[in-house]
Design a protein around this ligand. Structure first.
Ligand SMILES: Cc1cc2nc3c(=O)[nH]c(=O)nc-3n(C[C@H](O)[C@H](O)[C@H](O)COP(=O)(O)OP(=O)(O)OC[C@H]3O[C@@H](n4cnc5c(N)ncnc54)[C@H](O)[C@@H]3O)c2cc1C
Length: 458
Protein backbone atom coordinates (compact mmCIF):
# COMPACT_ATOMS: atom_id res chain seq x y z
CA UNK A 1 0.00 0.00 0.00
CA UNK A 2 1.50 3.32 -1.12
CA UNK A 3 0.31 5.16 2.03
CA UNK A 4 2.07 2.76 4.41
CA UNK A 5 5.31 2.73 2.47
CA UNK A 6 5.40 6.54 2.39
CA UNK A 7 4.66 6.77 6.14
CA UNK A 8 7.44 4.30 6.87
CA UNK A 9 10.01 6.60 5.22
CA UNK A 10 9.83 8.96 8.22
CA UNK A 11 8.10 7.01 11.04
CA UNK A 12 9.61 4.02 12.89
CA UNK A 13 7.82 0.65 12.76
CA UNK A 14 6.43 1.06 16.28
CA UNK A 15 4.88 4.40 15.27
CA UNK A 16 2.67 2.84 12.58
CA UNK A 17 -0.03 0.26 13.30
CA UNK A 18 -2.49 -1.70 11.22
CA UNK A 19 -3.08 -4.19 14.06
CA UNK A 20 -6.80 -5.08 14.17
CA UNK A 21 -7.14 -4.29 17.90
CA UNK A 22 -5.44 -0.90 17.51
CA UNK A 23 -7.62 -0.06 14.49
CA UNK A 24 -10.70 -1.05 16.51
CA UNK A 25 -9.62 1.15 19.45
CA UNK A 26 -9.47 4.11 17.05
CA UNK A 27 -12.78 3.30 15.36
CA UNK A 28 -15.06 4.64 18.10
CA UNK A 29 -15.69 7.12 20.85
CA UNK A 30 -17.52 6.69 24.18
CA UNK A 31 -20.99 6.99 22.66
CA UNK A 32 -23.63 5.10 20.70
CA UNK A 33 -22.30 6.21 17.28
CA UNK A 34 -21.50 3.37 14.86
CA UNK A 35 -17.74 2.61 14.74
CA UNK A 36 -15.62 2.49 11.57
CA UNK A 37 -11.94 1.50 11.35
CA UNK A 38 -9.20 3.80 10.07
CA UNK A 39 -6.77 2.30 7.52
CA UNK A 40 -3.81 2.98 9.76
CA UNK A 41 -2.99 4.50 13.16
CA UNK A 42 0.17 6.59 13.57
CA UNK A 43 1.88 7.78 16.75
CA UNK A 44 4.00 10.88 16.00
CA UNK A 45 6.56 12.20 18.50
CA UNK A 46 7.35 15.60 16.96
CA UNK A 47 5.74 18.47 15.06
CA UNK A 48 8.03 17.63 12.14
CA UNK A 49 6.56 14.13 11.94
CA UNK A 50 3.01 15.54 12.08
CA UNK A 51 3.92 17.87 9.22
CA UNK A 52 5.13 14.98 7.08
CA UNK A 53 2.01 12.95 7.90
CA UNK A 54 -0.18 15.85 6.81
CA UNK A 55 1.78 16.42 3.60
CA UNK A 56 1.56 12.74 2.74
CA UNK A 57 -2.18 12.63 3.41
CA UNK A 58 -2.76 15.82 1.43
CA UNK A 59 -0.77 14.55 -1.57
CA UNK A 60 -2.68 11.24 -1.58
CA UNK A 61 -5.99 12.89 -0.57
CA UNK A 62 -6.35 10.51 2.37
CA UNK A 63 -8.46 11.52 5.42
CA UNK A 64 -6.65 12.47 8.64
CA UNK A 65 -8.41 12.13 12.00
CA UNK A 66 -6.64 13.53 15.08
CA UNK A 67 -7.15 11.29 18.15
CA UNK A 68 -6.60 12.31 21.80
CA UNK A 69 -8.20 9.88 24.25
CA UNK A 70 -11.36 9.11 22.27
CA UNK A 71 -13.61 10.34 25.10
CA UNK A 72 -15.75 12.57 22.90
CA UNK A 73 -19.44 11.81 22.63
CA UNK A 74 -20.67 12.74 19.16
CA UNK A 75 -18.66 10.49 16.85
CA UNK A 76 -15.85 13.07 16.55
CA UNK A 77 -12.98 10.58 16.12
CA UNK A 78 -14.74 7.97 14.01
CA UNK A 79 -12.95 7.60 10.63
CA UNK A 80 -16.11 7.11 8.55
CA UNK A 81 -14.02 7.37 5.37
CA UNK A 82 -11.02 5.37 6.63
CA UNK A 83 -7.64 7.08 6.42
CA UNK A 84 -5.05 7.94 9.05
CA UNK A 85 -5.90 8.20 12.73
CA UNK A 86 -3.19 10.36 14.36
CA UNK A 87 -2.91 9.31 18.01
CA UNK A 88 -1.12 11.98 20.07
CA UNK A 89 -0.30 9.80 23.09
CA UNK A 90 3.48 10.00 22.50
CA UNK A 91 3.35 13.83 22.31
CA UNK A 92 2.65 14.08 26.04
CA UNK A 93 5.35 16.39 27.40
CA UNK A 94 4.76 19.39 29.64
CA UNK A 95 7.23 21.68 27.87
CA UNK A 96 7.31 24.67 30.21
CA UNK A 97 5.61 25.93 33.39
CA UNK A 98 5.91 29.71 33.91
CA UNK A 99 4.33 30.40 37.30
CA UNK A 100 5.07 34.12 37.16
CA UNK A 101 3.22 34.37 33.82
CA UNK A 102 0.41 32.03 34.90
CA UNK A 103 0.91 29.94 31.80
CA UNK A 104 2.01 26.51 30.74
CA UNK A 105 3.19 25.12 27.39
CA UNK A 106 2.22 21.52 26.65
CA UNK A 107 2.10 18.97 23.89
CA UNK A 108 -1.43 17.94 22.85
CA UNK A 109 -1.35 14.42 24.34
CA UNK A 110 -0.92 15.71 27.94
CA UNK A 111 -4.01 14.83 29.99
CA UNK A 112 -5.63 17.25 32.41
CA UNK A 113 -4.79 15.12 35.48
CA UNK A 114 -1.16 14.79 34.32
CA UNK A 115 -0.99 18.57 34.01
CA UNK A 116 -2.61 19.22 37.39
CA UNK A 117 -0.21 16.81 39.11
CA UNK A 118 2.74 18.83 37.77
CA UNK A 119 1.12 22.23 38.43
CA UNK A 120 0.44 21.36 42.08
CA UNK A 121 4.20 21.53 42.71
CA UNK A 122 3.99 25.21 41.74
CA UNK A 123 0.81 26.03 43.73
CA UNK A 124 -1.13 26.26 40.46
CA UNK A 125 -3.97 24.39 38.78
CA UNK A 126 -5.65 24.06 35.39
CA UNK A 127 -9.36 24.67 35.65
CA UNK A 128 -11.22 22.87 32.85
CA UNK A 129 -12.44 19.46 33.99
CA UNK A 130 -14.61 17.44 31.61
CA UNK A 131 -15.70 14.16 33.21
CA UNK A 132 -13.11 12.06 31.38
CA UNK A 133 -9.34 12.43 31.85
CA UNK A 134 -9.15 13.86 28.35
CA UNK A 135 -6.09 15.20 26.50
CA UNK A 136 -5.59 18.94 26.26
CA UNK A 137 -5.46 18.69 22.45
CA UNK A 138 -8.84 16.96 22.40
CA UNK A 139 -10.26 19.39 24.93
CA UNK A 140 -9.15 22.38 22.86
CA UNK A 141 -10.54 20.78 19.70
CA UNK A 142 -13.99 20.36 21.31
CA UNK A 143 -13.93 23.61 23.34
CA UNK A 144 -14.54 21.47 26.40
CA UNK A 145 -15.78 22.84 29.68
CA UNK A 146 -17.01 21.38 32.92
CA UNK A 147 -17.97 22.01 36.49
CA UNK A 148 -15.64 24.97 37.06
CA UNK A 149 -16.53 26.95 33.92
CA UNK A 150 -19.05 29.07 35.81
CA UNK A 151 -16.08 30.68 37.59
CA UNK A 152 -13.05 30.28 35.31
CA UNK A 153 -14.50 29.97 31.81
CA UNK A 154 -14.35 27.31 29.10
CA UNK A 155 -11.39 25.90 27.12
CA UNK A 156 -11.54 28.79 24.63
CA UNK A 157 -10.88 31.20 27.53
CA UNK A 158 -7.75 29.30 28.57
CA UNK A 159 -5.88 29.10 25.26
CA UNK A 160 -3.30 31.83 24.66
CA UNK A 161 -1.60 30.22 21.70
CA UNK A 162 -1.46 27.03 19.70
CA UNK A 163 1.00 25.58 17.23
CA UNK A 164 -1.14 24.17 14.44
CA UNK A 165 -0.13 22.05 11.46
CA UNK A 166 -2.42 22.84 8.55
CA UNK A 167 -3.64 20.39 5.92
CA UNK A 168 -0.78 21.23 3.53
CA UNK A 169 1.84 20.90 6.28
CA UNK A 170 2.30 24.62 7.03
CA UNK A 171 2.94 25.34 10.72
CA UNK A 172 1.28 28.41 12.24
CA UNK A 173 0.82 29.99 15.68
CA UNK A 174 -2.67 31.21 16.54
CA UNK A 175 -1.81 33.66 19.36
CA UNK A 176 1.01 34.68 21.69
CA UNK A 177 2.28 34.22 25.25
CA UNK A 178 0.40 37.28 26.52
CA UNK A 179 -2.78 37.31 28.60
CA UNK A 180 -4.50 39.47 25.99
CA UNK A 181 -4.04 40.79 22.46
CA UNK A 182 -5.91 42.92 19.94
CA UNK A 183 -3.62 41.96 17.08
CA UNK A 184 -5.20 40.44 13.97
CA UNK A 185 -8.05 37.98 13.73
CA UNK A 186 -8.74 35.78 16.76
CA UNK A 187 -7.36 32.52 15.38
CA UNK A 188 -7.38 30.89 18.84
CA UNK A 189 -11.14 31.33 18.81
CA UNK A 190 -11.40 29.78 15.36
CA UNK A 191 -9.20 26.74 15.95
CA UNK A 192 -10.49 25.98 19.46
CA UNK A 193 -13.63 23.92 18.86
CA UNK A 194 -12.69 23.05 15.27
CA UNK A 195 -12.78 19.30 16.06
CA UNK A 196 -9.78 18.39 13.92
CA UNK A 197 -11.41 19.81 10.78
CA UNK A 198 -9.09 22.82 10.27
CA UNK A 199 -5.67 21.63 11.47
CA UNK A 200 -3.90 19.49 14.05
CA UNK A 201 -2.60 21.05 17.26
CA UNK A 202 0.96 20.14 18.14
CA UNK A 203 1.49 22.54 21.06
CA UNK A 204 -0.77 24.58 23.37
CA UNK A 205 -0.04 27.56 25.64
CA UNK A 206 -2.66 27.69 28.37
CA UNK A 207 -3.72 29.85 31.32
CA UNK A 208 -3.24 28.41 34.79
CA UNK A 209 -4.43 29.73 38.16
CA UNK A 210 -3.24 29.89 41.76
CA UNK A 211 -4.71 27.20 44.01
CA UNK A 212 -7.17 29.01 46.28
CA UNK A 213 -6.31 29.24 49.98
CA UNK A 214 -9.59 27.63 51.03
CA UNK A 215 -12.12 25.39 49.31
CA UNK A 216 -15.48 24.20 50.56
CA UNK A 217 -17.83 21.84 48.75
CA UNK A 218 -21.29 20.64 49.61
CA UNK A 219 -24.81 19.70 48.66
CA UNK A 220 -28.07 21.64 48.76
CA UNK A 221 -31.28 19.63 48.40
CA UNK A 222 -34.53 21.14 47.07
CA UNK A 223 -38.16 20.10 46.73
CA UNK A 224 -38.16 20.91 42.99
CA UNK A 225 -35.97 21.68 39.97
CA UNK A 226 -37.52 25.17 39.88
CA UNK A 227 -36.34 25.96 43.42
CA UNK A 228 -32.86 24.62 42.71
CA UNK A 229 -32.43 26.66 39.51
CA UNK A 230 -33.83 29.80 41.15
CA UNK A 231 -31.21 29.39 43.88
CA UNK A 232 -28.48 29.26 41.22
CA UNK A 233 -29.74 32.45 39.57
CA UNK A 234 -30.00 34.21 42.94
CA UNK A 235 -26.46 33.15 43.92
CA UNK A 236 -25.08 34.44 40.59
CA UNK A 237 -27.08 37.70 40.91
CA UNK A 238 -25.63 38.19 44.36
CA UNK A 239 -22.17 37.91 42.76
CA UNK A 240 -21.09 35.20 45.18
CA UNK A 241 -17.96 33.81 43.48
CA UNK A 242 -19.16 30.22 43.33
CA UNK A 243 -16.55 27.95 41.66
CA UNK A 244 -18.86 25.03 40.82
CA UNK A 245 -22.63 24.73 40.87
CA UNK A 246 -24.03 21.52 39.40
CA UNK A 247 -27.61 20.33 39.26
CA UNK A 248 -28.42 16.63 39.51
CA UNK A 249 -32.04 15.52 39.38
CA UNK A 250 -33.65 12.92 41.66
CA UNK A 251 -32.96 10.07 39.17
CA UNK A 252 -29.28 11.02 39.08
CA UNK A 253 -29.01 11.05 42.90
CA UNK A 254 -30.66 7.63 42.93
CA UNK A 255 -27.88 6.39 40.61
CA UNK A 256 -25.19 8.05 42.76
CA UNK A 257 -26.52 6.18 45.82
CA UNK A 258 -26.65 2.92 43.88
CA UNK A 259 -22.99 3.06 42.80
CA UNK A 260 -21.39 4.85 45.73
CA UNK A 261 -21.62 4.30 49.45
CA UNK A 262 -23.78 7.37 49.83
CA UNK A 263 -27.21 7.90 51.22
CA UNK A 264 -28.07 11.26 49.71
CA UNK A 265 -31.70 12.46 49.71
CA UNK A 266 -33.10 11.46 46.29
CA UNK A 267 -34.37 14.90 45.33
CA UNK A 268 -33.12 17.68 43.02
CA UNK A 269 -29.71 18.62 44.38
CA UNK A 270 -27.06 21.24 43.77
CA UNK A 271 -23.44 20.14 44.20
CA UNK A 272 -21.53 23.35 44.95
CA UNK A 273 -17.99 24.49 45.63
CA UNK A 274 -16.59 27.80 46.79
CA UNK A 275 -12.98 28.96 46.35
CA UNK A 276 -11.67 31.86 48.41
CA UNK A 277 -9.60 32.71 51.47
CA UNK A 278 -10.77 31.53 54.92
CA UNK A 279 -12.59 34.77 55.81
CA UNK A 280 -14.19 35.22 52.39
CA UNK A 281 -15.31 31.61 52.33
CA UNK A 282 -17.29 31.94 55.58
CA UNK A 283 -19.14 34.96 54.24
CA UNK A 284 -19.81 33.40 50.82
CA UNK A 285 -21.17 30.20 52.33
CA UNK A 286 -23.40 31.93 54.83
CA UNK A 287 -24.81 34.23 52.11
CA UNK A 288 -25.41 31.23 49.80
CA UNK A 289 -27.06 29.36 52.66
CA UNK A 290 -29.55 32.16 53.35
CA UNK A 291 -30.40 32.32 49.62
CA UNK A 292 -30.94 28.56 49.51
CA UNK A 293 -33.14 28.70 52.63
CA UNK A 294 -35.27 31.40 51.02
CA UNK A 295 -35.86 28.83 48.24
CA UNK A 296 -37.02 26.07 50.63
CA UNK A 297 -33.67 24.21 50.72
CA UNK A 298 -34.29 20.98 52.65
CA UNK A 299 -30.72 19.98 53.38
CA UNK A 300 -27.51 22.01 53.32
CA UNK A 301 -24.38 19.96 53.96
CA UNK A 302 -20.80 21.13 53.53
CA UNK A 303 -17.54 19.16 53.42
CA UNK A 304 -14.24 20.86 54.20
CA UNK A 305 -12.45 17.57 54.60
CA UNK A 306 -10.42 16.92 51.42
CA UNK A 307 -11.39 13.23 51.22
CA UNK A 308 -15.12 13.82 51.63
CA UNK A 309 -14.96 16.65 49.11
CA UNK A 310 -13.17 14.38 46.62
CA UNK A 311 -15.85 11.70 47.16
CA UNK A 312 -18.59 14.20 46.41
CA UNK A 313 -17.06 15.30 43.11
CA UNK A 314 -16.04 11.76 42.21
CA UNK A 315 -19.70 10.76 42.56
CA UNK A 316 -20.72 13.66 40.30
CA UNK A 317 -18.00 13.06 37.70
CA UNK A 318 -18.57 9.30 37.58
CA UNK A 319 -22.31 9.62 37.11
CA UNK A 320 -22.23 8.96 33.36
CA UNK A 321 -19.91 5.97 33.84
CA UNK A 322 -22.11 4.67 36.64
CA UNK A 323 -25.06 4.63 34.23
CA UNK A 324 -23.00 2.89 31.56
CA UNK A 325 -21.59 0.26 33.98
CA UNK A 326 -25.10 -0.33 35.27
CA UNK A 327 -26.39 -1.05 31.74
CA UNK A 328 -24.20 -3.78 30.22
CA UNK A 329 -24.50 -4.06 26.43
CA UNK A 330 -25.93 -0.55 26.17
CA UNK A 331 -24.26 2.64 24.99
CA UNK A 332 -24.52 6.20 26.26
CA UNK A 333 -26.47 8.89 24.49
CA UNK A 334 -25.75 12.17 26.23
CA UNK A 335 -27.51 15.23 24.91
CA UNK A 336 -25.80 18.50 25.66
CA UNK A 337 -27.92 21.54 24.99
CA UNK A 338 -27.40 24.97 26.48
CA UNK A 339 -30.02 27.68 26.96
CA UNK A 340 -30.11 31.18 28.44
CA UNK A 341 -30.38 30.54 32.21
CA UNK A 342 -33.87 32.08 32.35
CA UNK A 343 -35.02 29.18 30.12
CA UNK A 344 -33.27 26.45 32.08
CA UNK A 345 -36.06 25.44 34.47
CA UNK A 346 -38.55 25.15 31.61
CA UNK A 347 -36.04 23.18 29.54
CA UNK A 348 -35.34 20.64 32.30
CA UNK A 349 -39.00 20.18 33.23
CA UNK A 350 -39.82 19.70 29.53
CA UNK A 351 -36.90 17.25 29.13
CA UNK A 352 -38.18 15.10 31.99
CA UNK A 353 -41.58 14.88 30.26
CA UNK A 354 -39.96 14.09 26.90
CA UNK A 355 -37.89 11.24 28.40
CA UNK A 356 -41.13 9.72 29.71
CA UNK A 357 -43.12 10.30 26.50
CA UNK A 358 -40.43 8.48 24.54
CA UNK A 359 -40.51 5.52 26.94
CA UNK A 360 -36.90 5.95 28.08
CA UNK A 361 -35.10 5.94 31.42
CA UNK A 362 -32.73 8.83 31.85
CA UNK A 363 -31.04 11.25 34.18
CA UNK A 364 -30.90 15.02 33.91
CA UNK A 365 -27.90 16.90 35.15
CA UNK A 366 -26.09 20.03 34.24
CA UNK A 367 -23.64 22.82 34.64
CA UNK A 368 -26.53 25.06 35.62
CA UNK A 369 -24.47 28.18 36.21
CA UNK A 370 -23.86 28.12 32.43
CA UNK A 371 -27.41 27.11 31.39
CA UNK A 372 -25.94 23.82 30.11
CA UNK A 373 -27.63 20.50 30.86
CA UNK A 374 -27.39 16.86 29.78
CA UNK A 375 -29.91 14.08 29.46
CA UNK A 376 -28.17 10.70 29.80
CA UNK A 377 -30.03 7.73 28.38
CA UNK A 378 -28.62 4.24 27.91
CA UNK A 379 -29.56 2.61 24.62
CA UNK A 380 -28.88 -0.51 22.61
CA UNK A 381 -27.71 0.91 19.25
CA UNK A 382 -28.61 -2.37 17.52
CA UNK A 383 -32.26 -1.99 18.64
CA UNK A 384 -33.51 0.32 15.88
CA UNK A 385 -36.80 1.02 17.62
CA UNK A 386 -35.07 2.11 20.86
CA UNK A 387 -32.49 4.09 18.90
CA UNK A 388 -35.31 5.84 17.06
CA UNK A 389 -36.98 6.86 20.35
CA UNK A 390 -33.66 8.18 21.67
CA UNK A 391 -33.10 10.16 18.47
CA UNK A 392 -36.57 11.67 18.80
CA UNK A 393 -35.75 12.73 22.35
CA UNK A 394 -32.46 14.25 21.23
CA UNK A 395 -34.16 16.14 18.42
CA UNK A 396 -36.90 17.40 20.71
CA UNK A 397 -34.40 18.76 23.26
CA UNK A 398 -32.29 20.44 20.57
CA UNK A 399 -35.29 22.12 18.92
CA UNK A 400 -36.59 23.26 22.32
CA UNK A 401 -33.21 24.91 23.00
CA UNK A 402 -32.79 26.44 19.53
CA UNK A 403 -36.26 27.98 19.67
CA UNK A 404 -35.27 29.77 22.88
CA UNK A 405 -31.96 31.24 21.74
CA UNK A 406 -29.94 28.23 22.83
CA UNK A 407 -27.37 26.01 21.16
CA UNK A 408 -27.41 22.31 20.21
CA UNK A 409 -24.19 21.71 22.14
CA UNK A 410 -22.79 23.60 25.11
CA UNK A 411 -19.54 21.65 25.41
CA UNK A 412 -19.44 18.21 23.77
CA UNK A 413 -19.24 19.56 20.23
CA UNK A 414 -20.86 18.70 16.92
CA UNK A 415 -19.05 15.61 15.57
CA UNK A 416 -21.54 13.78 13.42
CA UNK A 417 -24.35 13.65 16.01
CA UNK A 418 -25.16 17.36 15.94
CA UNK A 419 -24.20 18.08 12.30
CA UNK A 420 -27.85 17.91 11.20
CA UNK A 421 -28.72 20.91 13.44
CA UNK A 422 -25.99 23.25 12.21
CA UNK A 423 -28.07 24.84 9.43
CA UNK A 424 -30.98 25.58 11.77
CA UNK A 425 -28.67 26.98 14.46
CA UNK A 426 -26.32 29.05 12.31
CA UNK A 427 -28.28 29.91 9.13
CA UNK A 428 -26.10 31.87 6.68
CA UNK A 429 -23.17 31.80 9.14
CA UNK A 430 -22.78 28.11 8.29
CA UNK A 431 -21.80 29.20 4.76
CA UNK A 432 -19.04 31.36 6.25
CA UNK A 433 -17.79 28.36 8.24
CA UNK A 434 -17.75 26.22 5.08
CA UNK A 435 -15.72 28.91 3.25
CA UNK A 436 -13.16 28.91 6.06
CA UNK A 437 -12.97 25.13 5.90
CA UNK A 438 -12.47 25.22 2.14
CA UNK A 439 -9.69 27.81 2.42
CA UNK A 440 -7.76 25.88 5.06
CA UNK A 441 -8.48 22.37 3.79
CA UNK A 442 -9.37 22.56 0.08
CA UNK A 443 -9.11 18.79 -0.43
CA UNK A 444 -11.35 18.03 2.57
CA UNK A 445 -8.88 15.62 4.18
CA UNK A 446 -9.25 16.84 7.77
CA UNK A 447 -11.76 14.80 9.79
CA UNK A 448 -14.28 14.60 6.95
CA UNK A 449 -17.98 14.33 7.77
CA UNK A 450 -17.68 16.17 11.09
CA UNK A 451 -19.45 19.46 11.87
CA UNK A 452 -20.82 19.59 8.30
CA UNK A 453 -23.20 16.95 7.03
CA UNK A 454 -21.14 15.18 4.36
CA UNK A 455 -17.64 14.96 3.00
CA UNK A 456 -18.22 17.14 -0.04
CA UNK A 457 -19.62 19.92 2.11
CA UNK A 458 -16.99 19.35 4.76
C1 LIG B 1 -18.17 10.30 31.13
C2 LIG B 1 -17.88 11.49 30.29
C3 LIG B 1 -18.17 12.77 30.79
C4 LIG B 1 -17.89 13.89 30.00
N1 LIG B 1 -18.15 15.13 30.52
C5 LIG B 1 -17.81 16.22 29.81
C6 LIG B 1 -17.98 17.52 30.35
O1 LIG B 1 -18.44 17.70 31.47
N2 LIG B 1 -17.61 18.57 29.59
C7 LIG B 1 -17.09 18.42 28.33
O2 LIG B 1 -16.75 19.42 27.69
N3 LIG B 1 -16.93 17.20 27.79
C8 LIG B 1 -17.26 16.11 28.50
N4 LIG B 1 -17.08 14.87 27.95
C9 LIG B 1 -16.58 14.75 26.56
C10 LIG B 1 -15.06 14.61 26.36
O3 LIG B 1 -14.36 14.27 27.52
C11 LIG B 1 -14.52 15.80 25.62
O4 LIG B 1 -15.09 15.96 24.37
C12 LIG B 1 -12.96 15.84 25.52
O5 LIG B 1 -12.72 17.21 25.44
C13 LIG B 1 -12.33 15.13 24.33
O6 LIG B 1 -10.94 14.93 24.60
P1 LIG B 1 -10.15 13.64 24.07
O7 LIG B 1 -8.73 13.77 24.44
O8 LIG B 1 -10.84 12.40 24.51
O9 LIG B 1 -10.31 13.85 22.51
P2 LIG B 1 -10.86 12.87 21.40
O10 LIG B 1 -12.19 12.33 21.80
O11 LIG B 1 -9.82 11.89 21.06
O12 LIG B 1 -11.05 13.90 20.21
C14 LIG B 1 -12.04 14.88 20.26
C15 LIG B 1 -11.92 15.78 19.03
O13 LIG B 1 -10.71 16.48 19.08
C16 LIG B 1 -9.94 16.25 17.90
N5 LIG B 1 -8.55 16.27 18.33
C17 LIG B 1 -7.96 15.48 19.27
N6 LIG B 1 -6.67 15.81 19.40
C18 LIG B 1 -6.42 16.82 18.54
C19 LIG B 1 -5.28 17.57 18.18
N7 LIG B 1 -4.08 17.37 18.76
N8 LIG B 1 -5.38 18.52 17.22
C20 LIG B 1 -6.58 18.77 16.62
N9 LIG B 1 -7.71 18.07 16.91
C21 LIG B 1 -7.62 17.12 17.85
C22 LIG B 1 -10.43 14.94 17.37
O14 LIG B 1 -10.23 14.80 15.99
C23 LIG B 1 -11.92 15.02 17.71
O15 LIG B 1 -12.60 15.76 16.74
C24 LIG B 1 -17.34 13.73 28.71
C25 LIG B 1 -17.05 12.45 28.23
C26 LIG B 1 -17.31 11.34 29.00
C27 LIG B 1 -16.98 10.00 28.45
Amino acid sequence: MKLLSLLSTFLKDDQISVNATVLEQHSKDESYHTPHDPDVVVFPRTTEEVTKIMQTANDLEVPVIPFGLGSSLEGHVIPYHGGISIDFQLMNKILEVRPEDFLVRVQPGVTRSQLNKELKKHGLFFTVDPGADATLGGMAATNASGTTSVRYGVMRDQVRDMEVVLADGRIIHTGSMTAKSSSGYHLNGLFVGSEGTLGTFTELTLNVYGIPEATLAGRMVFPSIEKAVTTVTNILHAAIPVARIELVDARSVQQVNKTNETNYLEKPTLFVEFHSNEAGLKQDVSFAKSIAQDNDCEEFIFEQDTKKRALLWEARHNLAYSFSHGSPGKKMMVTDVCVPISELTGAIVDARKAIKTNGLDGALLGHVGDGNYHAIVMIDPTDSEELDRAMKLNQHLVHYALERGGTCTGEHGVGTGKAQYQQKEHGPALGVMKSLKLTLDPKGILNPGKIFCNRSSS
